[in-house]
Design a protein around this ligand. Sequence first.
Ligand SMILES: *Cc1c(COP(=O)(O)O)cnc(C)c1O
Length: 408
Amino acid sequence: MTKPSPSVPAKPNQPTSSDSPASFSTLAVHAGESRQKLGDSITDPIFCASTYTFTDTQSVIDYIEQDQAREEYGRYGNPGERVVERKLAALEGGEDAILYSSGMAAMVGLLMTKLSSGDEVIFFDECYHRSREFCTKHMARFGVVTRQVPACDYEAMASAITPQTKLLVSESPTNPQLSCVDLERFAKIGKENGVETLIDATLATPYNLQPISAGIDYVLHSATKYLGGHNDLLAGVVIGTKESLEPVRNLRGIMGAVNGPQNVYLLTRGLKTFALRMQRHNENGQRVAEFLENHPRVERVYYPGLASHPYHEIAKQTMRGYGGLVTFLVKDADWRETADIVDAVKIPRIAPSLGGAESLIEQPLVMSYYQCTPEERKQYGIPDNMIRLACGIENPDDLVEDLKQALK
Ligand SMILES: *Cc1c(COP(=O)(O)O)cnc(C)c1O
């Protein structure tokens, strides 16, 4: 019989989960890792292996018959990937996590596993454009029906449920309007109707929001954003119970939407400073939102940390902080005057994405919705004078000074 590989410990050394910020950062540093690693290294080794070897035929048979904890082939798992999966599950307070090559691969992997021809999925309509597109354009080809109801309209969601409904989906906060879902209410609608629930909590992160403790079945993140945190990798993750994720993991092994070992290491490395970075993202987001709200050229600011935000109360009750993303409308500006402000900032770079060390700025009309009709943009809540600023971890005074000169 073969011994389990030393790189795949049966019982990883994991601090216990707790809500306090101090314990959260301890989890971010240590959870999912074995205390003594291969080669006595303090960091996890990067295994550049596409396949894993067996000593003889009997060891292959033992592996299959005894369901041994070891690697077999790169598409099914990598030791470094298991480390980061355990770390992410621990941070989220979930049983299991599955890592993907991107957030969209995670979304596709979960939806493809859970939905079959004739099934229905219901979305709150403020969401990442590609998630909606995957459902309405592609799942539709396989006979899955997508229904969209206005964000945070719980009655509309409940009454859209039919016997064919299999999944309720929302983001929280939503992108780019930052509406915050009452997760307990959302989970309750699912449970009362025997329908599973999925929250894409990319904008919140497990530092700011814990959907599983509110009763949500699946939490999804684009780990490309705050979890990786350095604008240098793509990754995605789904967290849930071991049992419910087993078929999802099996399909990932067939889809092959797995990450490379170097990228997986970068994600583990990024997570070491996750709690620290989130503190600064939260501070910067709040500071910039307050500055913008008091600026005469700003018509409206969308930020859950502002008392003026329609979902401030639910955010205050359920979130530790409100993240680095701030969306605002420029007063009496057409799309070109709005673009001029985007072009005038000196620190944030013009790019899609969020959650990295570098601040990023974009005009949703141009960056994500340029090919939509004005009617579609109206329906999705994307005015021409909207700017989305993803605060990085720079000095907040510098960001405010920069915005001040850009808005002159
Ligand atoms: C970026 C993003 C995604 C997609 O993630 P990728 O890693 O880019 O594939 C999904 N949902 C939200 C809310 C996002 O911001």
